[in-house]
Design a protein around this ligand. Sequence first.
Ligand code: C5P
Length: 223
Amino acid sequence: DEGIVIAIDGPSGSGKSSTAKGVARARDLRYLDTGAMYRAMTWWMLEHQVDVDDAAAVAEASSRPVITMGTDPSAPTVHVDGHDVAQAIRTHEVTGNVSAVSAVPAVRERLVAQQREIIAEARREAAGIVVEGRDITTVVAPDAPVKIFLTASADARAHRRSREVRSSDVAATREALARRDRLDSNRAVSPLTRTADAMELDSTGLSLDEVVALVVKLADEAG
Ligand code: C5P
């Protein structure tokens, strides 16, 4: 019996990570934050002084970093070449450069292949996995039995993200989010898009527990 795959896409600050972790914990599934993998790749490029606006240079370097993901939803981890980069990938510098790196096709090919391996392993060895990102419902796991497009109003997303990064400047956070969403939604390869068969869930005005309960219900219905 193969484990279930729950695919969650959505813009920055829509609550994907908290929702995905909550669902994985509730149903004893593994958890994969694909955004952390693009951030880890970006961190490595910055560390190695690769010009992230030079797509050819990024493509050429993209096979070098070894990115390792821990998929326990209660203690997810991310390592690059053995370094724990959980904190380092959340800096403004990484956040400001990740959209450029994630738009490079060679980067996506490599990380999507790794994501599919992690999913296959979780389906064999666990009850399944919750995977969150921008192209999970469209590219990484289009056959997932549960596909969700999680949204929230621009206001709700800016407030949520401001709390996460402990910034009191909600306007600046809103600007940065809008910029990243614009880049992620308009890039040539695997842009953030909602497909007709993904269930749209607007988390504005819902508590985290309510959103998690809704997704768990969909997963239970899917078998
Ligand atoms: O989810 P998070 O905001 O950490 O993602 C960081 C960035 O990684 C996104 O802004 C996007 O550029 C990229 N990303 C992507 N495809 C995914 C997940 C994230 O391109 N599946």
